[in-house]
Design a protein around this ligand. Structure first.
Ligand SMILES: [Zn+2]
Length: 226
């Protein structure tokens, strides 16, 4: 009973979707998710899509050498961002530098996922991530976001890693007064109560957060990964 109440009170949204794009300058009305086949809070077997208690400690990643001179920056941002999530959730991200050489292999990296860069000025997303057990297993960063403000890059890294842990965009919740302009699909379930300060909330959709994880981000992810 206590657990059920906790679940009702918590707000980060968890749901399975195949891949997620985080647009840069696109107007909110055009923000959509990639697919809408998945269900509220559960997958086809009826359970939420988060990493199993075993897999959550094997979240290994490599970083593409295509970052070139920007590689130290992205290494540092990911180190900080993964640490933030690990400080509050019982998960283990691990950078495997030895795998960087084969990080761009078409057959897939030797790590669980890869960190890649898109150098095109026309790339419409600041970042692009995936959810637990998606076939796609890459986080892509737009180059201009890697070479721009470090604070902004950190926020983006924390946000994309939130998707990797199963979190949806917070602004799609009905409690958000701006949600109609920021809707995606209804395949999500609340974990904490609505949190405009969430790292998963776009500022352009009424978000009031900073580049840090919010209090409820921490509470919610600790419940998902106790
Ligand atoms: Zn996003």
């Amino acid at each position: 009973m206590k657990r059920i109440l906790q679940m009702l009170l918590l707000s980060i949204i968890v749901t399975p979707v195949l891949a997620i794009n985080c647009p840069t300058d696109r107007p909110p009305a055009t923000i959509t998710t990639i697919n809408n086949k998945l269900t509220v809070m559960t997958d086809e077997e009826g359970s939420r899509r988060i990493w199993t208690s075993e897999d959550r400690h094997k979240l290994t990643y490599c970083i593409s050498n295509r970052f070139k001179e920007l590689k130290p920056v992205i290494i540092s941002a990911l180190e900080m961002a993964t640490k933030d999530w690990m400080d509050t959730a019982n998960v283990t991200f691990q950078y495997v530098p030895e795998a960087d050489q084969s990080c761009d292999n078409r057959k897939g990296p030797t790590t669980l996922f890869s960190i890649s860069i898109n150098t095109s000025r026309r790339y419409p997303y600041a970042g692009r991530a995936f959810f637990p057990y998606d076939e796609r297993n890459t986080i892509t960063f737009k180059k201009s976001y890697v070479e721009g403000s470090y604070e902004r890059l950190l926020r983006l890294a924390r946000h994309e890693l939130g998707h990797v842990l199963g979190l949806r965009h917070e602004h799609i919740r009905k409690e958000n007064p701006y949600h109609q302009n920021c809707s995606e699909d209804d395949n999500f379930t609340p974990v904490t109560d609505y949190d405009s300060e969430s790292i998963m909330h776009y500022a352009s959709c009424g978000g009031t957060g900073t580049s840090e994880l919010s209090v409820k981000d921490r509470e919610g992810v600790a419940l998902l990964y106790p």
